[in-house]
Design a binder for this molecule. Structure first.
Ligand code: FES
Length: 133
């Protein structure tokens, strides 16, 4: 089963979904992984109904960080902002589907950090307390 998830991660890494940037983004933010300097930027377009109708990401980093960013964009596209905010660490780790050690956790959750810290404008105190960035 691990092989399936590894293949899926590599597929997202090699063929990232929603790759690029948005000219008409309503929200845009970039963060890096302090351990390695790798970056992820996410652009969103939120329409008048509070739905994320467009999303794009751009980044540089390991397969885990870039694949999880690609997966996250698929999870939030078409969702309302409130629904997207409910996507958390568990969903990302479930989508990756492989055992992630403490160091790789920062890779896996980098894109979620971009959303939570930047795009949603949440303060550090509002993040899940066990999301150890
Ligand atoms: Fe840099 Fe994974 S090694 S984000």
């Amino acid at each position: 089963m691990d092989d399936f998830y590894r293949e899926n991660i590599l597929d997202h890494y090699r063929n990232p979904r929603n790759a690029g940037t948005l000219d008409d983004a309503t929200h845009s933010h970039q963060e890096n992984n302090p351990l390695c300097g790798d970056v992820v930027r996410i652009d969103l377009h939120v329409n008048e109904n509070n739905v994320i109708d467009e999303v794009a990401f751009k980044g540089r980093g390991c397969a885990i960080s870039q694949a999880s960013a690609s997966m996250l964009t698929e999870m939030i596209k078409g969702k309302t902002v409130d629904e997207a905010k409910a996507v958390g660490k568990e969903q990302i780790l479930e989508a990756l589907g492989i055992q992630i050690g403490p160091t790789r956790l920062k890779c896996a959750l980098l894109s979620l950090k971009v959303l939570k810290a930047g795009v949603y404008g949440l303060s550090e105190a509002e993040w899940d307390s066990d999301d150890d960035w």
